[in-house]
Design a binder for this molecule. Sequence first.
Ligand code: DX5
Ligand code: ZN
Length: 220
Amino acid sequence: MMKDIRIAPSILSADFSRLGEEVRSVEAAGADLIHFDVMDNHYVPNLTFGPIVCASIRPHTKLPIDVHLMVEPVDALAMEFAKAGADLISFHPEATQHVDRTINLIKDSGCKVGMAFNPASPLHVLDWTLDKIDLILIMSVNPGFGGQSFLEHSLDKIAEVRDLIDLSGCDVWLEVDGGIKVDNIASVAEAGADTFVAGSAIFGGTDYKNIISQMKNRIS
Ligand code: DX5
Ligand code: ZN
């Protein structure tokens, strides 16, 4: 049975002088989620935007807002993004002192919760959290910048996480983030991903609808 698949354009590569318009355009073009790459120039060597941008975009899209927190510490900002209208909040487990507490905080705020794993991060924290989360985000680049090349060894990690999820019987999305293109998305789906972040591949083009439908066609 064909599993649900989701394309999540990352606004990191959008034209920030027309951000509302860009979000409306990718929604009209068939996007399933809007991915917000939040960077604090502490956990990652780059700085993007805070909850105020989430709050301003919120009324302009019906799509779920998928917030990827590349910040340390996590808790206070996660609460602010929940208030600003986020639907899903993912954080890096290394960026919080107490992973279980952060998961509970995000869930108690009414949002779905995910955990993001850097290319060299081990997966063992999932042993005690897989049944509590809604999404696993596998970084196929080192976090901090759009437009990087897909790290091929991520495919093995994606396959390992797919097995973990299937064995657990838990309903957890497997999202991959970084270097996803029309030409490699089929291999990422083949490895077991069901949710795909793409920034430069989409916003770097002109015909968003064509790019997103090509991505979906390559997967199905
Ligand atoms: C890295 C960011 C990027 C972004 C996607 O910290 O998370 O991976 O979402 O960027 P592209 O699709 O341009 O690699
Ligand atoms: Zn991201």
